[in-house]
Design a protein around this ligand. Structure first.
Ligand code: DGL
Length: 275
């Protein structure tokens, strides 16, 4: 691994606004770090696309983030973690982590009856990666996956508290309700934004796992282990958190402001196909 600047920012990316749930957790848990966020809003959703396409998109985004001098990258997207993490990790000389190991770890620790539900995109659920990882971590655990393809467009449209979302969520979750799960992994970074609806529909007996929390812990440990954690907190200001998208920058700015602790003043639009 080459010599890296420990004061450089961390790169975080997703297909759109979902990764902000991970960025928000990093801001809470490691407030001294700077973040460069990229949301691929021109090409969202990722969940219905092939592995080859997601690997190509991830490589382009990593090249873009590298051009900004990041010291480490968090793939704040389950679909890209499922399809591309292994490939891009092998190609990279900086640390890259995804969200799936963190979510799987939290779920196998949380379950009492060993029955875990996972909701995610068609790509993530179809890859079977959560089942594989959780069964490695805790053999014998039973994993029931359910893809919820309409959740990402609903979140991207800002319909977080809407009767349409309620109706769709109750149909998707009906299948999981008779399966006696005691833990449900929100296996798409957009889904924590639907948390109150999911909580109401699943009831208080099911633990909801948001992999963002564990991912931020994993990032903090990874930076420390590689001597890449900042020694001095980054000064507050426009440079501390920077946001880039591939389309619709203003819409992104409004959304990000509504869910992050501080106002997002500006989002820059870039042409990701150039990378
Ligand atoms: N938020 C992403 C995930 O965690 C991507 C969703 C999508 O673009 O379909 O899978």
């Amino acid at each position: 691994m080459k010599e890296l600047d420990r004061n450089a920012p961390v790169g975080v990316f997703d297909s759109g606004v979902g990764g902000l749930t991970v960025a928000r957790e990093i801001m809470r848990q490691i407030p001294e770090e700077r973040i460069i966020y990229f949301g691929d809003t021109a090409r969202v959703p990722y969940g219905s696309k092939s592995k080859d396409t997601i690997v190509r998109y991830s490589r382009q985004i990593i090249r873009f983030l590298r051009s900004k001098g990041v010291k480490a990258i968090v793939i704040a997207c389950n679909t890209a973690s499922a399809h591309a993490l292994e490939t891009v990790q092998k190609e990279s000389d900086i640390p890259i982590i995804g969200v799936i190991n963190a979510g799987a770890r939290a779920a196998v620790q949380a379950t009492v009856n060993g029955r875990i539900g996972v909701i995610g995109t068609v790509g993530t659920i179809g890859s079977g990666i959560y089942t594989e990882v959780m069964q490695q971590m805790r053999p014998g655990v039973r994993v029931i996956g359910k893809s919820c393809p309409l959740f990402v467009p609903l979140v991207e449209e800002g319909l977080l508290h809407d009767s349409v979302t309620d109706e769709i969520a109750s149909r998707y979750l009906a299948e999981l309700k008779g399966k006696y799960i005691d833990t449900l992994v929100l296996g798409c970074t957009h889904y924590p934004l639907l948390r109150s609806t999911l909580r109401r529909l699943m009831g208080d007996d099911v633990t909801l796992v948001n992999p963002a929390y564990e991912t931020a812990i994993e990032l903090r440990e990874l930076l420390k282990a590689n001597g890449l954690n900042r020694e001095m907190p980054a000064p507050d200001g426009e440079e501390k958190y920077q946001f880039f998208v591939s389309d619709l920058a203003e819409k992104f700015t409004d959304f990000a402001t509504s869910i992050l602790p501080n106002e997002v003043k500006e989002t820059k639009k870039i042409n990701i196909e150039e990378y």
